[in-house]
Design a binder for this molecule. Structure first.
Ligand code: HEM
Length: 489
């Protein structure tokens, strides 16, 4: 967004463009007298100032963004007909917003929290948003639990602070969180910067090719800067000394011309294999082990341009897991299904019904042609064109071609938990992750967890929390129990 000189240079004006004579002294009834209502400049400035904020994101409020380029490096046309993935060397403009999850807009960056990795591809078939995290898994597997989960991460209604009791009460009663919690309290729980971490689409998505054949895929973004993390102690210091550390690091690296890059890969599962795979492939608390489905490199992501105006381009940016393009669609993952609703709804509340028209949000490589009109801040872009379909005035028409392939379903409606496959339980992958760690890593993991669990006030919550780790791995549980006891006395 390049600011035009006529908006920033020349005589100061009111919002109506009228020249301002005095921007230092408000108009008063005589020397030393009270201020006059006729000073419209004063009233306008105070009123506009009061309305500078929009609601912050209910989660992921704190973040930073940058523009860049995605380049295809492999032929994936056997798997998807998405135009932006249609040939080696093809480039697509992107905007990526990184974030932390729980903190408010002004929170410190260097905290233990998953990092958001929200990527918008401005493709010729419309914007494709991949709204992921720096972790391949998540705490829960059904969207109906999300508001409760986030309430435990945010401020308690009575104390006004975040409370260890709430966090561990929920996690211990949601054993499916054990894998993600093990990840979060391990070394990767506090990335040193947004550049030094991987990204994941996390969910399973559908790709479908020109013949309509479908595949299940998971996205991986491997940092080319290398993984760098902070210890709990280093992070606590940095969060105090430089709360904006991640945001500044990203901006300054791009200013220096050190453009961060990620190697992009996908795991691809033929649809026929899903039903009998050893894990439920749509369970967001599980990974697909690479031995089962290797990560195939498909592209390169580079960030190379800073936004000029943080409010306009980062705060007002919107990303939705429901923004698909032809050849890419959802899986039946119940978390993803809930997210398909939640984001558009959040955008309409937070930024407004015409949020999609803002420069950062609208398609850059095509145009949006809808019959939606009007609403707050509608800019009249459609002029006098007809606003209904079908019409006989040459208006936009439907393509008759669904974006993704149909998914077979069976059975009766009901509050069904996710299907359990042969090796599914809530602990097996948490235990595997623990056993993969070196002795040093295990020690830090235990210390990080024990430090937090020991702040819980109730014995029953502490015991239940430790028991989940015990069920993941006996040694894990035993060491944690000893460490927590030592701290609680
Ligand atoms: C059903 C569970 C979830 C719900 C209901 C949910 C809901 C939301 C909402 C309402 C926002 C704020 C959107 C806005 O105001 O613009 C948000 C932001 C975000 N969520 Fe989720 N979320 C869920 C799970 C997840 C998961 C599993 C991931 C990652 C794998 C994720 C990644 C993000 C990211 C990266 C953002 C920030 C997007 C941005 O930078 O604007 N969320 N989420």
């Amino acid at each position: 967004m390049v600011q035009e000189a006529h908006v920033t240079q020349g005589p100061l004006t009111t919002e109506a463009g009228t020249p301002v004579a005095d921007n230092q002294n408000s108009e008063a009834a005589g020397i030393g007298g009270p201020v006059l209502v006729q000073d419209q400049l004063l009233l306008e400035k105070l009123a506009h100032f009061n309305r500078e904020r929009i609601p912050e994101r209910v989660v992921h409020a704190r973040g930073a963004g940058a523009y860049g380029t995605f380049t295809v490096t492999a032929d994936v046309t056997p798997y998807t007909r998405a135009a932006f993935l249609s040939g080696i060397g093809k480039q697509t403009e992107v905007f990526l917003r990184f974030s932390t999850v729980a903190g408010n807009l002004g929170a410190a960056d260097a905290v233990r929290d998953p990092r958001g990795f929200a990527l918008k591809f401005y493709t010729e078939e419309g914007n494709y948003d991949l709204v992921g995290n720096n972790t391949p898994v998540f705490f829960i597997k059904d969207a109906i639990k999300f508001p409760d989960f986030i309430h435990t991460q945010k401020r308690d209604p009575y104390t006004g602070s975040t409370e260890a009791d709430n966090v561990w009460d929920f996690w211990s009663l949601s054993p499916e969180s054990t894998h993600q919690v093990t990840w979060l309290f391990g070394d990767r729980g506090i990335p040193a910067s947004y550049r030094h971490m991987d990204g994941f689409g996390s969910h399973t998505f559908q790709w479908s090719n020109a013949a309509g054949e479908a595949f299940w895929v998971k996205y991986h973004f491997k940092t080319d800067q290398g993984i760098k993390n902070l210890t709990a102690e280093a992070a606590a210091r940095l969060a105090g000394e430089d709360p904006d550390s991640h945001q500044r690091d990203l901006r300054q690296a791009i200013e220096r011309g050190e453009y961060p890059t990620w190697t992009v890969g996908v795991q691809i599962m033929p649809v026929a294999e899903a039903a009998t795979y050893r894990f439920n492939p749509f369970d967001l608390t599980k990974v697909w082990p690479h031995a089962d489905y290797p990560v195939v490199e498909i592209g390169k992501l580079e960030l190379n341009r800073n936004p000029e105006n943080v409010f306009a381009e980062v705060e007002q940016s919107i990303f939705s897991p429901a923004h698909f393009v032809p050849g890419i669609g959802p899986s039946p993952d119940k978390m993803l299904q809930g997210r398909l609703f939640a984001y558009g709804d959040a955008h309409r509340y937070r930024v407004g019904i015409n949020a999609d028209h803002l420069p950062v949000n609208r398609p850059h490589a095509t145009v949006a042609r809808t019959n939606s009109r009007d609403g707050y801040l509608y800019d009249g872009r459609h002029g006098g064109a007809k606003n209904y379909e079908p019409n006989s005035f040459g208006g936009p028409f439907q393509t008759d071609r669904p974006l993704w392939s149909a998914t077979a379903v069976s059975g009766a409606t009901g509050g069904h938990p996710a299907p359990v496959h042969a090796e599914d339980d809530d602990f097996v992958q948490a235990g595997n992750l623990y056993r993969l760690m070196s002795e040093d890593e295990k020690e830090r993991l235990i210390a990080n967890l024990a430090g937090f669990i020991s702040k819980v006030s109730r014995d029953d919550i502490v015991e239940r929390a430790i028991d989940n780790f015990r069920r993941a791995d006996g040694d894990y549980g035993k060491r944690l129990e000893v460490a927590v006891q030592a701290l609680r006395g």
